[in-house]
Every structure is written in C-alpha cells, then in structure tokens.
Write a protein that binds this ligand. Structure first.
Ligand code: NAI
Ligand code: MG
Length: 496
C-alpha cells in the first residue's frame, strides 16, 4: 500500500475476516475467500469470506431465535440507548471509518470523512424513534357495541427477520440506512453487503455488539450476489427484504420473494433530470449540475445524469459545465486535492467506456473528459456530452459513471418540459434551477420522482423520505416512512 494509514486501519485490513453470525466470527461452511481490492491502486488490501446458502441458513436461524431473546423484551428506552451508544462508538472510530471507506470504495477523502458522521447522525435520529412507535385507539363499534363495552386499538410490531442486501457505492452509509431503522423497530437482521466493498458491514456489526446489541440480532454474511444474496432473498425464514442496487437485480429479488410472499422494499437505479431555466443563477446551477453528475464519480442512484437547459443559455451553461469538469482533480482519495476518485472496478470502468464509445457513435458531442487520467486504478475523467437526444443510449441507460448528457429545450410550457424530464423508466430524483417561485413550485409537482430539489440536487437528511417512483423502486427509506418499512400493524378489539 502506498498510503500511510493509521495502525487501527492496518490492523483491520490484515484480519482474516469471517462471517458474523450469532454474535461470533465464523468461517464459511463451504469455505472460500475473495480478495478485496483498492480501486485506486488495483492492489489487494484485504480479503473477505465467501459465505453461501448454508451460512445464510445459519444466520437466518440465529436472527429468528434472537426475536424471542432479550432483544424482544427490551423497552423502547433501552433500545434507544443501545443505538445512542452505537453512534458514540462510531464517532470514536471516525478515522478508521474514513480510511476504510476511501480504501474499499475509492471515494475522495472528504466523502470518506462524511461516512462516520452520517452513520452516527442516522443512528441518533432513529434512536429517537424507538420511544415514538405507537398505534392508535380507534372508534370501532365492533358489530354494534356501545363505546363503554369495547376497546379497539392498533399495535405496531416489528415485522420480524429482515434480510438486507446492500451495494458498494457508499460503504457504511448504505448499510446504516438499513441497520438503524431495523434496530429501532425491534427487528433482527441478516445483511449481505456488496462483494466489491464488504468491510464496512463487518465493522458495523462488531460495533453494534460492542454497543449492546444481543447476539443474533445483527448478522453479516459476505459473499456473492448470485449465491449468498439469492439465498437470502428466497429464504422462507425471512419476513422482509430491503434491497439497494440495480433495477435488474431488483426484479430478481421480487421473484425470489414470491415463495413466502415476504415484504420487499427496493431502492434501484435512476436517470435523474437537472432542469436549468433561463433565469437560473448560473454561478450556482453550473457547480450544482457538476456535483449532481459527478459526485462519487456518478456512482450514485440520484446522479443528475440528464441535464436539460434552455436554448438561450445553453452555450454559457455547457461551456461553464465543461470548465467545471476539467477543473475537477481526479485521483486517489488519499490525495487530499482529489475531488473525484476511481470507479469501483475494472468491470464498471470497461462498461462505462463502452457506453462512451456508443455515445460518440450515436452522435453525441463530447465537450470534455472521456479519457483515463492515470495508468493505474479505475479512473475516468468527468465527461460532458452536448447535442444529446432522447433516444441515445447515454440518455436512456443508467451509466453509474461520471458522465453528463446535456439536452436543450426551447419551450416555455412547463408541462412539455416536464414530459422531456420524465421521459425515462426511472423516477428517483431531480432538480430545478430557477429564481422564479411559480416555475419552481409548478415544476416540483410535474416531476415524476421521489425527490425533487429546487436550486439544489439530492439533498439528504435522516428525516427526509427517500425512494423512487416507477422502476426506481418500492417504498421510502429515511424518516418515519423508513421505520414503517420494518413495522406491521395489528388491529385489536377487546370486549367484555
Ligand atoms: P447489483 O444490483 O448486482 O448489486 C447490488 C447488491 O445485490 C450486491 O450486494 C450484490 O451482491 C447483490 N446481488 C447481485 N445479484 C443478486 C441476486 N441475484 N440476488 C440477490 N442479490 C444479488 O449491482 P452491481 O452489479 O454492483 O452494479 C451494476 C449496476 O447496478 C450499476 O452500474 C448501477 O447502474 C446499478 N447500481 C445501482 C445502485 C443504487 O444505488 N441504486 C447501487 C449499485 C449498483
Ligand atoms: Mg451485479
């Protein structure tokens, strides 16, 4: 390794990581390991255990048993305290979180630093919810009974064993946004993290137990999607699957869930529009669009990959956007000047390069980027295409790379502009850039997405529901709705 990481990180990487099942480290039953790679250097930095179906069975059995154990009888206050302590432990390991996120995912250092903060903030938010989970008293007449002869109410109960399958694009963050509400609700968890960035989930499980989460409540089985992931999705002992990843695998999850009709929530792909009106403040809209498209190298589901700009300002806007892209330093996350890191793997780099070649064949005009800025690591320069049309592959497909496709509009009819913006199978996020209140508020209603920003793109907060319309997913994570994903309602009628 060419970077000086702290001793704690070195020690963590050198461990022979196992599976975390029933509160202890175990070797996979069908043995096997995979190397963990740093995408900035292509070097092996650690290894992960390859868990399979038998390990998923063991983890699910442990999670089922734990529903009945001390976890099931904890008071709301006790559960809240465990989550608060968990948040404190994460805060005390912030340097380890930063370095592991940079190494495992390749993200820039400042984003690495955000991971620990995000986790503690998320846990504290849901710690507050533990004491606010409640049903209602209802005015049932229960077949003609008088109010004094009947009591009708609802209970909100944990849904049971949750299977969580997470992606690699924001290690720690992607895991905690499932862990926090699952634990707050009183459910138990079997997590299958992405094989490209498996280290975060293991550390999070270890710290949860240090914070007082009883054994079996939070299990981690690392392994491949097609084996461990598929086994979890199909398992009859799992009551609910929470998945974040590709729309393609989302469909497989739904099919696998059909066996026992487990509940499913899905956070899938996106192709989010960034709509820039002629009255927009370009000094904000240009850097805003650049960040929307290039943050995490475009490897995020809310990526603003389709920009729509009014013809009258298109030249000024695209010139500015290309200049902003060229000014972004691309390099390893430990190089503090780097604003963009590598993409996650050779597979993804090659896939993105194929999409760039297709863009040129289909007639998009490249304004900047497209090259490999370093000979080692999976780096791609941030790329802007102008003269894009609705049928082009780069306009239709989620790229998950640093690529922005710019289209123009010459319309003042907001409905027609929105039709262009909504011309996608996805509906996750979107942003509108204007100084006009009427344009802003009317457009907010016309954009078909789970999240819309006005003069900002994809602002996130634990309290703000997050999820997609159309093929971007089912359900909302974050906020109260994120807790509801893990609760079920029981209607109770008492007569005497
Ligand atoms: P993926 O959807 O294959 O992987 C996400 C998770 O699903 C991983 O943990 C993986 O092991 C698991 N998985 C894979 N196949 C499975 C199966 N048959 N059953 C159960 N679990 C399974 O995504 P991948 O291959 O990493 O990336 C491909 C594309 O997916 C990206 O280019 C991007 O377009 C999209 N993607 C979207 C994400 C989002 O945040 N919405 C995150 C990651 C990828
Ligand atoms: Mg895949």
């Amino acid at each position: 390794m060419t970077y000086e990481v702290t001793a704690a990180t070195r020690e963590y990487l050198l461990r022979r990581h196992g599976l975390f099942i029933d509160g202890e480290w175990r070797r996979p039953q069908e043995e096997g390991e995979l190397p963990v790679e740093d995408p900035a250097t292509e070097q092996v930095i650690s290894q992960m255990a390859l868990g399979g179906k038998a390990d998923i069975d063991a983890a699910v059995a442990s999670a089922r048993a734990a529903l009945k154990g001390p976890w099931g009888s904890m008071t709301a206050d006790e559960r809240g305290r465990v989550l608060l302590k968990y948040a404190d432990l994460i805060e005390s390991r912030s340097q380890l979180f930063t370095e592991l996120a940079v190494l495992d995912n390749g993200m820039p250092y400042v984003l690495g630093e955000s991971t620990g903060m995000f986790c503690s903030m998320f846990l504290r938010y849901y710690a507050g919810w533990t004491s606010k989970i409640s049903g209602m008293t209802l005015p049932s007449s229960g077949g003609g009974r008088r109010p004094q002869d009947l009591l009708a109410y609802t209970l909100r109960e944990p849904i049971g064993v949750v299977g969580a399958i997470t992606p690699w694009n924001y290690p720690f963050g992607m895991e905690i946004l499932k862990i926090a509400p699952v634990l707050a609700s009183g459910c138990t968890l079997v997590m299958k993290p992405a094989e490209q960035a498996p280290l975060a989930a293991l550390l999070l499980a270890e710290l949860a137990h240090e914070a007082g989460v009883p054994r079996g409540v939070f299990n981690v089985v690392t392994g491949l999607g097609e084996t461990a992931g598929a086994a979890l999705a199909a398992h009859s002992g799992v009551d609910k699957i929470a998945f974040t990843g590709s729309t393609e695998v989302g469909r497989l999850i739904v099919q696998a869930a059909a066996g026992n009709l487990k509940k499913v929530s899905l956070e899938l792909g996106g192709k989010s529009p960034v709509v820039v009106f002629p009255d927009a403040d370009l000094s904000k809209a240009i850097p805003g669009a650049a960040m929307a498209g290039f943050m995490l190298q475009g490897q995020n589901c809310v990526c603003g990959s389709r920009v729509f700009v009014h013809e009258s300002i298109a030249d000024a806007f695209t010139t500015g956007l290309a200049a902003a892209a060229k000014a972004m330093v691309v390099g390893p996350g430990f190089d503090r000047s780097a604003m963009l890191g590598p993409v996650i793997s050779k597979v993804q780099r090659d896939r993105i390069e194929r999409l760039l070649a297709t863009a040129e064949k289909e007639g998009a005009r490249r304004l900047c980027g497209g090259g490999r800025p370093h000979d080692r690591g999976w780096f791609i320069e941030p790329t802007v295409y102008a003269d894009c049309t609705p049928d082009m592959t780069i306009v239709r497909e989620e790229i998950f790379g640093p690529v922005i496709a710019v289209q123009t509009f010459n319309d003042h009819d907001l409905e027609r502009i929105a039709e262009q913006a909504n011309d996608t199978v996805y509906g996750l996020s979107g942003s509108i850039w204007t100084r006009d209140l009427e344009t802003a508020h009317r457009m907010v209603r016309l954009i078909d997405a789970g999240q819309v920003g006005v003069n900002c793109h994809a602002a996130m907060d634990p309290s703000m529901p997050f999820g997609g319309n159309k093929q971007s997913g089912w359900g909302r994570e974050f906020g109260q709705e994120g807790l509801d994903l893990y609760l079920k309602t029981k209607a109770v009628t008492v007569t005497w």
